[in-house]
Design a protein around this ligand. Structure first.
Ligand code: A3P
Length: 327
């Protein structure tokens, strides 16, 4: 019998010798798994998700590349689906969206399978398959498609323009402990982003596969962008209600939609005490408040130099424009 340290050492050696790796920041590496890149922790948890997670037919899976609006969508999807639940009225006042709607590989499967955590257990229990849950994931469709298609669950995918996504990621990581000793310089970040060597990347391949699926099977995968949400949130909320099988109807529909847009807005959420907190969540290495920064479209212009913009735009054109997807 191996103790925990020995097991973890064995696993480390296994990962180091079995996967191609690239240096990242903070003395960390990213590891290639089925053509995508993962930190060591998320490589392990992704494998656990693939082996153990079975979606219920009534589940809603929120899929996204990191920093594209996941937190916002968590709040929106929860509010849309719980809007007639009187017990739920203040849930966004007292709960961080990241805890209200946990993510599979970055929360639920991070700990040793959570025998001792009733909350997580409840979320991933297979006991009540009629129960409808909202669960989030960053796992690419190329890897997760089989699981997603193993039940009638629905998938909502959010994406965001690549330059703002990268800048949001860069700021997020700057808050981590080891960034200072071994930073991710912006130039290196742009290079690695363009090569796809970022956690759950390539961003482009990630977006493309979910996009393609949403075009093929719009009843199964609903695709929305951060920019559309900013521009016309009411319209997006209305469409998501329809997609999720809980359309806004009746004479109060306008007010219901407006209320949801309001309680999930950046201004409202980023000012809730629970979201301003600098405490660390139980299973996540960055504080609660790191999920809210500026919440704007186009912030990359304040950080990226012209050549960096050109470099990203060239890849974007090559990857996206051929299929008619803009950014
Ligand atoms: P910025 O860093 O550009 O401000 P994710 O939730 O996928 O990690 O994405 C985080 C990004 O979404 C951050 O972008 C964050 O500020 C923004 N964000 C979080 N909540 C939001 C909300 N309610 N409305 C708009 N943007 C939000």
């Amino acid at each position: 019998h191996l103790n925990i340290m020995e097991k973890s050492e064995l696993n480390n050696n296994h990962i180091n010798s079995s996967f191609q790796r690239e240096k990242w920041f903070g003395h960390e590496f990213l590891y290639e798994f089925h053509g995508f890149w993962f930190t060591k922790t998320y490589l392990e948890t992704t494998q656990k998700v693939l082996e153990n997670f079975k979606p219920h037919p009534k589940d809603v899976i929120l899929a996204s590349f990191p920093k594209t609006g996941t937190t916002w969508l968590k709040a929106l999807l929860h509010s849309i689906t719980h809007r007639y639940d009187t017990k739920d009225e203040n849930s966004l006042t007292f709960n961080h969206p990241q805890e209200l709607i946990p993510s599979l590989e970055t929360n639920l499967y991070v700990q040793e399978i959570p025998q001792n955590n009733t909350n997580s257990q409840e979320f991933i229990s297979t006991k009540n398959p009629q129960k409808s849950r909202i669960l989030a994931t960053h796992i690419p469709y190329q890897i997760f498609g089989g699981v997603l298609n193993s039940s009638d669950c629905k998938v909502v995918y959010v994406t965001r323009n690549p330059k703002d996504t990268l800048i949001s990621l860069w700021h997020f990581l700057r808050k981590s402990k080891n960034f200072e000793q071994d930073p991710w310089e912006l130039g290196a970040a742009v290079d690695q982003f363009c090569k796809g060597i970022v956690p759950f990347g390539s961003y482009y391949d990630h977006v493309l596969a979910y996009r393609e699926e949403s075009l093929k099977r719009p009843q199964k995968v609903h695709f929305v962008t951060y920019e559309e949400l900013k521009e016309n949130p009411k319209n997006c909320v209305e469409k998501m209600g329809e997609f999720l099988g809980c359309p806004f109807e009746g004479e109060n529909r306008e007010e219901e939609i407006e209320e949801i847009v309001k309680i999930c807005s950046f201004e409202k959420l980023s000012n809730q005490e629970v979201n301003k907190s600098s405490e660390l969540p139980k299973v996540f290495p960055l504080p609660y408040n790191s999920f809210y920064r500026k919440g704007q479209v186009g912030d990359h212009m304040n950080y990226l130099e012209d050549e960096m913009i050109e470099k990203i735009d060239n890849i974007t054109r090559e990857k996206f424009h051929g299929i008619g997807f803009m950014y």
